[in-house]
Write a protein that binds this ligand. Structure first.
Ligand code: GAL
Length: 665
């Protein structure tokens, strides 16, 4: 059976709607205001379990029936939740064994949300019974457009260490390795007297006195991601018995959330959905937003995807929750659309008066419709409606960035050369350089098809299989260019270090040999011959066949190469063995991109995002100016924000966006 496709008229504009919080007399008012704002897709019943099943096996659909009818009558399409994200109190009272256990062995109690063990058969059975009721009741309802399984699976409960999870982990390991010998080899258990002689000796990696076995931790991450994916499949298969609409769940491709290997999940989704919130704990939240959008498009294999949640203003879960500046909401939303989103949705419709999220922004704030937020929401809704023609089109990129959750788990392990850097720091540094140059990037998994790209950047890909390393090397030898950064190609998929000099998997591709890592102390900078500075990492390297581009003048690797370029067959392998300062990183990436034949404007203003979506017949150029001063963009066609014709150079004001339907030459 071919997967059901998500179909919506134009680009969807919507939100989570939690009407249970309000008196039913408010609901018709909500629908009227939604229409005013152009809301045409809402996610409901996301946290509805305790309403629709107030007592075990007793269902009450009265409120949900009314909400569905009201939305449908108002012409608002429905993304129907399966309500299984947070079990009701009666379930954990009846079955406390469903509660998750943290790595220190303590139980996580109900009273928050998502308090369930992903491997619990009791939870699964109860959840599926509920899904059967919901899918059976609404599966054929004409108001539905999409099924929303659970909510952000793994947001809080990705890693459970209870006895049920431990038994499931053993089963997963047995299926993976077949024999204990194979497992002992993969985990290197001869070290520190960890050899297992029976399956029941193996535990989930609960807290230990010292560092835990890295192989065990890595497999536990893989297992935990697979367990939740299995839960998704079970709910989806239940829905399929009653409905042929697309089924999905909302991913969390976000800086600090890293427990699921979404490359393994992506194929199971009928449409890829992401939730994204600006993270002000990061140096540059806008770049991370763009990266998250590009990852979402990568997961969708280049097809359009849906932004199911973002915020109109502040969230409530960061140490300081920043409001958005005027225009920021529009710029951020358009960044997602430019990068392939066919939906712009929010958490949540009406700001809560009570409960954990009462200080989280919403489309309709506590202040009501007499507010700047509401006015910008209504304006944005109008704009999203006007650019509906963009829906279905794709983004074209000739640069790719290789990214792997699996490798990241191994790289950011408990004991590593320095804790001053994470993979994500490396990813965002390289991505940031590309972004500041206005170069559009596809995010791909190791082993993905590279034809069609001119340059592939590989930031901190610590572990890689022989096969994936060989595929990259072949592609480069046949004329591609790769730019690889430090702590890449170090280990195989079992986290076994590759011997003979780092970076084992890419030594020949890069024409370098590293004998030793020599990280820098915190906040210490070392200088390079070019005048650039670098932080965090140095390594004691010799160039075997590579040309040295830059050399350390001081620091622990003084006199040794820091940046190199290697002719590899018909292609090139660039190596950046440190965390260059932002300007030097931009210059190096620019040089590699030009060398690879990527079209790039060296003077591209770093605050400007310039991205093209096209569908073969037409193309749209998105210009998003995150800076305060005007930028000049060159385009021909109709500008859809203002409706003005553009014939060449035009100005995009500070903080403004422009979307030009381009004239086909
Ligand atoms: C998401 C979640 C929403 C809401 C939101 C607040 O993680 O799916 O239900 O809590 O965060 O930012």
């Amino acid at each position: 059976m071919t997967a059901p496709r998500f179909r919506h008229d134009g680009i969807a504009f919507g939100c989570d709607y939690n009407p249970e919080q309000w008196d039913p007399s408010v609901w018709p008012e909500d629908i009227a205001s939604m229409r005013e704002a152009g809301v045409d897709l809402v996610a409901i019943n996301i946290f509805g379990w305790s309403q629709v099943e107030p007592r075990p096996g007793e269902y009450d659909f009265e409120a949900l029936d009314s909400i569905i009818e009201l939305l449908h009558a108002g012409g608002i399409r429905i993304d129907l939740g399966t309500a299984t994200s947070s079990p009701p109190p009666w379930l954990s009272t009846l079955h406390p064994e469903i509660l998750p256990v943290a790595e220190d062995g303590t139980t996580r109690f109900p009273g928050g949300r998502q308090a369930w063990c992903p491997s619990s058969p009791v939870f699964r059975e109860r959840a599926l019974a509920l899904v059967e009721q919901i899918a059976g009741r609404y599966g054929q309802h004409p108001g539905l457009e999409l099924w929303h399984v659970s909510n952000e699976l793994g947001c809080h409960n990705a890693l459970c260490y209870c006895d049920t999870s431990t038994a499931a982990f053993r089963g997963w390991l047995e299926r993976k390795y077949g024999t204990l010998d194979a497992l002992n080899r993969a985990w290197g258990t001869t070290f520190w007297s960890q050899r297992y002689g029976a399956w029941n000796e193996i535990l989930t990696p609960r807290l230990t006195l010292s560092t835990r076995n890295p192989g065990q931790l890595l497999d536990f991450h893989r297992f935990s991601s697979d367990e939740l994916l299995d839960h998704f499949r079970a709910e989806r298969d239940m829905i399929r018995r009653h409905s042929d609409l697309p089924v999905t769940t909302n991913f969390m491709v976000e800086a600090h959330i890293r427990n699921l290997d979404y490359w393994r999940w992506a194929d199971e989704m009928d449409v890829i959905c992401n939730d994204h919130y600006l993270d002000h704990r990061l140096g540059d939240p806008i770049r991370e937003l763009a990266f998250s959008a590009d990852v979402s498009r990568g997961l969708a294999g280049g097809d359009p995807w849906l932004l199911l949640e973002q915020s109109t203003g502040a969230v409530n879960w960061q140490p300081i929750n920043h409001a958005k500046a005027p225009g920021e909401l529009t710029r951020n939303s358009l960044t997602h659309v430019a990068r392939g989103a066919d939906a712009v949705c929010f958490f949540q419709w009406r700001a809560s008066q009570q409960g954990a999220e009462k200080f989280h922004s919403a489309l309709l704030p506590h202040a009501g419709t007499e507010s700047a937020v509401w006015r910008e929401v209504v304006e944005l809704g109008g704009l999203i409606d006007r650019i509906g023609e963009v829906a279905g089109s794709r983004v074209v990129a000739d640069v790719a960035l290789m990214f792997s959750w699996d490798s990241n788990w191994a790289a950011d392990s408990e004991m590593r050369p320095t804790h001053e850097v994470t993979v994500l720091d490396q990813v965002l540094a390289v991505y940031g350089a590309l972004h500041s140059l206005g170069i559009t990037v596809d995010v791909i998994a190791p082993g993905a098809d590279l034809s069609g790209y001119r340059l592939v950047v590989v930031p901190g890909l610590y572990s890689v299989t022989d096969q994936d390393a060989a595929a990259l090397d072949d592609w480069v030898s046949n004329g591609g260019s790769a730019l690889i950064t430090f702590f890449s190609g170090i280990a195989d998929e079992d986290d076994r270090v590759r011997l003979g000099g780092y970076p084992g998997a890419f030594r020949d591709l890069l024409g370098v040999r590293v004998e030793e890592f020599a990280p820098l102390a915190a906040r210490v900078t070392a200088g390079l011959a070019s005048g650039a500075t670098a932080t965090v990492w140095t390594e004691r390297m010799t160039a075997t066949t590579a040309t040295v581009i830059d050399t350390w003048v001081d620091g622990p690797s003084a006199g040794m190469p820091a940046v190199t370029r290697n002719d590899r067959g018909a292609g090139a392998g660039w190596y950046v063995s440190t965390m260059l300062d932002a300007e030097a990183m931009r210059a190096t990436v620019l040089r590699a991109a030009v060398d690879a034949g990527v079209t790039v404007e060296p003077k591209h203003p770093s605050e400007l995002e310039l991205i093209r979506r096209s569908n073969g017949d037409a193309s749209w150029l998105f210009a998003i100016n995150h800076g305060a001063t005007p930028v000049t963009v060159d385009a021909r066609g109709e500008e859809l924000v203002t409706g003005v014709s553009i014939a060449g150079a035009f100005e995009v004001a500070g903080g403004a966006v422009a979307i030009v339907r381009e004239v086909v030459q």
